[in-house]
Design a binder for this molecule. Structure first.
Ligand code: PSU
Ligand code: MN
Length: 309
């Protein structure tokens, strides 16, 4: 009989047992969000950024039906370089396992698997959210509802600027997902430093985020997710004029080609990467590396707090 239990990578298993800091990383960014061949190099750099800040990386994905927390380099390479890797949200995990699929986990699936494995901090680029035209298409990422019921801290540069950011913030409020800016009271727009919306809260240090997590745990009231929104410095963002032009083109192409559902996000990201001659790719990589570093420092602060308690 096939065993469908999640497998922890050896290093991740040791770290979790010993209470050392661990940071979850998603694989959809690698398989569907970044172009080959850069994607594999970047996947390794993200893991290195986590290590450099003192935590153990746990990239999550599915290999031949086995759900793995802490992919090894061969497994990471497989998801980054082979065709036919599925984009897996939470609802897909069991079906993909039973059918022996290779799959990459989205923010939603990565959050759920990480939390179920005892990992509290997760780094990604930008969250999914409410798509433009969602009033007609109903296209809202499962990232939002999953974060409403999953106790995980997600470090990200806001939600992808291809989305309806205002509507996404409203949905996060309704769903009870915490949102704090990291050293800012403006919500970042992924490629852009500022998406044009105020935030109620900002935190100043990894230690302060660790305090938030401890408070939440001790209060036992809110068991949903916390978004730590970490904006790019203004001089590192994508040129806003180039951004707006590229987005308008991408949205027109989406309509022309009739792209819908889970293909929308990868389609728009790929359009950005090709239409900006790699400028958006460089920005995307910067975003992820910065978030991996901050997430690791939060995990380190949270582990130190637990040990002191
Ligand atoms: N952020 C990135 N690149 C990505 C994604 C996020 O910088 O590729 C992925 C994440 O896995 C996220 C998914 O969960 O896009 C959202 O897809 P959808 O809109 O179909 O839910
Ligand atoms: Mn969608």
């Amino acid at each position: 009989m096939t065993n469908f239990h999640t497998r922890l990578g050896a290093e991740v298993a040791d770290a979790l047992r010993d209470g050392h800091p661990v940071v979850a990383l998603e694989s959809t960014i690698v398989s569907h969000g970044l172009p080959r061949p850069d994607n594999l190099r970047v996947a390794r750099e993200i893991e290195q950024a986590v290590r450099d800040a003192g935590a153990v990386p746990a990239t999550i994905g599915m290999v031949r039906g086995e759900l793995v927390v802490g992919l090894d380099d061969a497994e990471l390479t497989r998801l980054a370089t082979t065709d036919g890797v599925s984009k897996l949200s939470v609802r897909d995990l069991a079906v993909a396992a039973a059918t022996g699929a290779d799959g990459a986990t989205t923010v939603a699936a990565t959050s759920a698997v990480a939390a179920a494995s005892g990992i509290g901090v997760f780094a990604t680029g930008g969250l999914g959210g409410v798509h433009r035209e969602a009033a007609q298409s109903f296209d809202e990422s499962a990232d939002l509802v999953t974060l409403a019921r999953t106790p995980i801290t997600v470090v990200c540069a806001g939600v992808k600027s291809i989305l309806d950011v205002g509507a996404t913030l409203e949905r996060l409020e309704t769903l009870g997902v915490g949102v704090v800016g990291y050293r800012t009271r403006r919500f970042p727009g992924f490629y852009l430093t500022d998406a044009g919306f105020d935030l109620d809260w900002s935190v100043d240090s990894p230690e302060q985020v660790a305090d938030v997590l401890a408070a939440r745990e001790q209060q036992c009231v809110h068991d949903g997710g916390l978004i730590v929104a970490n904006p790019l410095p203004v001089d590192e963002q994508l040129d806003p004029a180039l951004h707006d032009r590229t987005l308008a083109e991408g949205l027109a192409l989406l309509e022309r080609d009739g792209v819908t559902g889970k293909a929308v996000t990868p389609f728009l990201l790929a359009h950005f990467h090709s239409a900006t001659d790699g400028a958006s790719l460089a920005v995307n990589v910067r975003i992820i590396l910065r978030n991996a570093d901050l997430a690791a420092r939060i995990a380190v602060a949270a582990a130190a707090r637990r040990h002191a308690a």
